[in-house]
Design a protein around this ligand. Structure first.
Ligand code: S2G
Ligand code: ZN
Length: 465
């Protein structure tokens, strides 16, 4: 859409200066963190109110103009990429915390509230917003809801879906719906709120979200344990989970640690060099809990599952241990990684890991492979690093060759081709490895109900027909 008449009409729907078409804005707002599809929007529009969002959607329906929602643009599946002349709807100017209810422990947020802003607000109230991940400093609540963001605390607190008390959405038909009214109990038919969570903006726009908060955790304590191989990690999880209420159980490989230590700003956890590392966290509410953790560490060493380990003794050391895991995504981005974000049920992780690792080492003998992820909830991030002397296109083409084997293995273990990063455009061609044709047909029927003219983020989740 570049028709100047349509653009002129669009400008009347928002405040002056809130429709941009300059090349720099189109480039910046037309993309997310993926680099597979060149951004090519026709305009960026910045609504400041729900009414303006509704007017934009009604305008788009009248003129059959495709709209792409844009939040913090930290997505990893190109769900927020406008590659075909769409109009990007950015929520940068709908970024306020509107209300807080101490009794319900809920916060009413506009979609452009930064995740870290909500986390800090919760802390000021002596409470806790428990969904956390590497990009929380720039991701927006609207985008977190659109992708049902997961991250590092899912093992205890679940995904974003668990923390949405209520939503106001503008459907693809331009109607405003208030979903669930922030109620804890509400047995009045289909919970339409849940449809919009994880829909990647294909059903409509999240224009207001009431988020739930939890009590603040006490004396969070982390351990990093070095293990001799993949197979030792799950018995460690099982041993610790049997005794402690874990708030996190992550893992990363020696190659991942090497990239972090190469930064020069994060200390090594301990001297011993190990093939794999588990990072676990729990609330050391009493001396006894801390002693239980140390006893479990000793037990795992005796069993040969752990070679060495360290437990945080201070806030600073807790933060340093987390940097070993949380800095991975940004650190390896310098090697233009080909990313897989796959999951199976926890019991299947060991066999699944072995299968995937043998595929990877067979097909990628000359590529550097970095493993990390939220292994406590069965979610693995497999990152293949691009050799410096290889072009991006050749590298991605070589990696894509193995997708079939990787996703066939995911299918064999009844897993997901996208655990938390969503489908967007990067995974839409592989959807059938995780969803049946009947499910896909029903999902498309649901989309047709909420977005009858197909203007909402077309080409995302479902490949164009
Ligand atoms: C993580 C962040 C994105 C990535 O670090 O857990 O979900 O790099 C990731 O895969
Ligand atoms: Zn992750």
């Amino acid at each position: 859409m570049t028709d100047p008449v349509l653009l002129a009409e669009l400008m009347t729907l928002v405040e002056p200066g809130k429709v941009l078409t300059d090349a720099a804005s189109l480039e910046t707002y037309g993309k997310d963190w993926t680099r597979h599809f060149p951004p090519a929007p026709s305009a960026i529009v910045f609504p400041k109110s729900i009414e303006q969002v509704q007017a934009i959607v009604q305008w788009a329906n009248r003129h059959k103009v495709a709209l792409v929602p844009s939040g913090g643009r930290t997505g990893l599946s190109a769900a927020a990429v406008a590659a075909n002349g769409e109009v990007v709807v950015s929520f940068d100017y709908m970024n306020r915390i509107l209300d807080f209810n101490a009794f319900d422990r809920t916060v009413v947020c506009q979609p452009g509230v930064i995740t870290a802003q909500l986390q800090a607000f919760a802390e000021e109230q002596g409470l806790y917003y428990p969904v956390d991940f590497a990009s929380s400093g720039s991701s927006q609540i609207g985008g977190n809801i659109g992708t049902n963001a997961g991250g590092i605390k899912v093992i205890r607190y679940g995904m974003t879906r668990n923390w949405v008390a209520g939503l106001k959405v503008v459907t693809g038909a331009g109607e405003l719906l208030e979903l669930n009214k922030d109620l804890i109990k509400n047995a009045t038919g289909y919970d339409l709120r849940q449809l919009f969570i994880g829909a990647e903006g294909t059903l409509g726009f999240v224009v207001e979200a009431t988020m739930r908060l939890d009590r603040a955790p006490k004396n969070l304590t982390a351990m990093v344990l070095g293990t001799p191989d993949f197979d030792s990690i799950m018995p460690v999880l099982h041993a610790f989970q049997g005794k402690l209420d874990l708030t996190a159980f992550e893992f990363f490989s020696d190659k991942g640690l090497a990239k972090i230590l190469g930064r020069g700003d994060v200390p090594a956890p301990f001297e011993t060099e190990c093939p794999f590392y588990a990072l676990l966290e729990f609330e050391a509410t009493t001396e006894e809990v801390a002693n239980d953790a140390l006893a479990l560490f000793e037990h795992c060493v005796e069993q040969g599952w752990v070679l060495d380990g360290v437990m945080s003794q201070s806030e600073q050391q807790l933060r340093n241990l987390w940097k070993l895991r949380e800095y991975l995504s940004e650190t390896i981005s310098h090697w233009t990684p080909y990313k897989n974000d796959i999951s199976v049920t926890v019991a299947k992780v060991p066999a699944f890991l072995r299968d995937i690792d043998s595929i990877v080492s067979t097909y990628y003998p000359d590529f550097e492979v970095v493993w990390y992820g939220h292994i406590g909830d069965g979610n693995l991030h497999l990152n293949i690093l691009k050799p410096n002397d290889m072009s991006k296109d050749e590298f991605f083409a070589r990696c894509a060759v193995v997708n079939k084997q990787v996703f066939e293995t995911v299918e064999k273990y009844n897993g997901s081709i996208s655990a938390e990063h969503g489908v967007g455009m990067t995974k839409r061609d592989y959807l059938a490895y995780s969803r049946s044709s009947a499910e896909i047909a029903y999902m498309k029927a649901v989309k047709a109900v909420f977005d009858p003219n197909g203007i909402m983020n077309p080409g995302k989740i479902f490949a164009p027909e």
